[in-house]
Write a protein that binds this ligand. Structure first.
Ligand SMILES: Cc1cc2nc3c(=O)[nH]c(=O)nc-3n(C[C@H](O)[C@H](O)[C@H](O)COP(=O)(O)OP(=O)(O)OC[C@H]3O[C@@H](n4cnc5c(N)ncnc54)[C@H](O)[C@@H]3O)c2cc1C
Length: 438
């Protein structure tokens, strides 16, 4: 009989694993359980109802099948009627349509996948042995056991990055916008302060623009800049990385190929060529050097790596030009009542008043992973971000030996392995784990 497999998390990574497993060991799908309360494959990124949230990369980069880059594009051409997606920089489809695509791939499977629609609050090893079985406990106290457990919990919803002196249920505070169900709670003429200036803020700006918003919009972000836009770049051969032992070596090598102007197509082409081998370079660094790299280079990397789609960029530019959108440099310190409005105080002391405040900061910490670390089942990565895993995605124990029966897929592995955020990198990981287990 095939081993039983449990997956904690029902998002894109879980769906990609199921699809890759169906290629390598389809019989294993009969003995697989997925824990999570959403629609399999959608997760935090694609479970959004609004047409205003678009993919931030063009369709050929949304790869469920690493060796078949045109799979989603071909499906989209056949199944979507979305003229607005097309742009000289590529086709940028709606995120909810990408969820439909993943569902369509799953629907082709002969087996029905078992999903337990509950949140997992605890996972524990049944013995000390590296190939132990696992027990998972859900929020309602149900317990399940499996031979192999996969952590695919994704990005936990953002929390406020500052102290909040207002009731938890204050309707003027919008804590997470990922679902895309907040738009009706913002009146057209209301002034809005947005905390965070990354791709989520760009989604919000685009949605407000599409709704013909009339009020003032302020974005507060540490570097005072919005993300750069995706260029119509073409794939160039991978950058030939020299041997890099230190963070300085990495930065020096990157500088040797990147010019000064990131608005040039050639800049993004060089950047993408450099990204191809970057994770191998990162994995060759010591923990100290990884931390140094992230400390000195991380902010710049986050800004240049996360490019927004052309639609959102055009909307933000139009609003800035009209004087309706301002981007301010600063960090949020607190949120307080101010007459009928909200005062956002920045760390430098400036006070910004608005009708609504929208939180567009990144993912919060993962309670399940923290609890597993506290129980000595997982080890933090040497760079301090996420958990420690092997190149084949086996989770490490505190003594650094790998569990044979515990794997992880997704951004929590980025501290160990490098740049693991995009759907395509997560699909590649899903394929690695499926092949290892098959
Ligand atoms: C808003 C947003 C937009 C994005 N847009 C893009 C994009 O356009 N292109 C791109 O390439 N990448 C994008 N990404 C990156 C994204 O991280 C990946 O594309 C991918 O969706 C992540 O897959 P995942 O399975 O790791 O996480 P998810 O798909 O989020 O899946 C994790 C699932 O696990 C569930 N879960 C968590 N903890 C538990 C628990 N304890 N018990 C049970 N279930 C649990 C969650 O509710 C969630 O449904 C985006 C990310 C976000 C957050």
């Amino acid at each position: 009989m095939s081993p039983s497999i449990g997956i904690i998390g029902d998002g894109f990574g879980a769906a990609a694993f199921v699809l890759h497993l169906s290629q390598h060991a389809p019989e294993y799908l009969d003995n697989l359980i997925i824990f999570g309360t959403g629609t399999l494959g959608s997760g935090a990124a694609y479970a959004c109802a609004t047409p205003d949230y678009k993919l931030n990369v063009r369709s050929d980069l949304m790869r469920l099948w690493p060796d078949n880059p045109s799979h989603f594009t071909a499906w989209a051409k056949q199944n979507l009627d979305d003229d607005d997606a097309h742009h000289p920089a590529g086709a940028f489809y709606q995120r909810r349509d990408f969820a439909r695509y993943v569902s369509a791939c799953l629907a082709d499977l002969p087996q029905k996948i078992t999903q337990i629609s509950e949140h997992v609050i605890q996972a524990r090893a049944l013995t000390d042995s590296a190939d132990t079985r696992w027990q998972v406990e859900t929020e309602h106290g149900a317990r399940y056991q499996c031979d192999h457990l996969i952590l695919a919990t994704g990005n936990p919803k953002p929390i406020w990055p500052c102290s909040v002196h207002l009731p938890d249920d204050d309707k003027r505070l919008i804590q997470s916008v990922w679902k895309g169900d907040w738009q009706t709670s913002v009146g057209s003429g209301e002034d809005v302060n947005i905390i965070g200036g990354g791709l989520t803020a760009m989604d919000v700006i685009y949605a407000l623009f599409q709704a013909g918003h009339k009020g003032q919009i302020k974005v507060i972000t540490p570097n005072g800049m919005l993300p750069p836009v995706q260029m119509p770049w073409t794939v160039k051969p991978a950058f030939n990385w020299p041997e890099c032992r230190t963070a300085c070596d990495v930065v020096r090598a990157a500088r040797s190929i990147l010019g000064p102007d990131w608005t040039q197509i050639s800049w993004q082409e060089s950047f993408e060529a450099l990204r191809i081998g970057l994770n191998d370079v990162y994995q060759g660094l010591s923990g100290n050097e990884r931390r140094r790299l992230m400390r000195h280079f991380g902010g710049w990397w986050m800004l240049t790596r996360f490019r927004c789609g052309p639609h959102t960029h055009a909307a933000a530019s139009a609003l800035q030009k009209a004087g309706q959108l301002q981007v301010l440099s600063g960090r949020a310190l607190s949120l307080d009542e101010h007459k009928a409005n909200i005062q956002l105080t920045l760390s430098g002391g400036a006070a910004l008043i608005s009708d609504k405040v929208i939180n567009c900061t990144g993912p919060a910490g993962d309670a399940l992973l923290s609890s597993m670390m506290a129980h000595g089942l997982l080890q933090p990565s040497s760079s301090g971000r996420g958990i420690s895993v092997s190149a084949l995605l086996a989770c490490h124990r505190p003594d650094k030996s790998p569990w044979q029966s515990l794997s992880a897929i997704g951004s929590m592995t980025g501290g160990s392995l490098g740049d693991i955020v995009a759907a395509s990198s997560i699909a590649r990981q899903a394929s690695i784990v499926a092949q290892r287990l098959a």
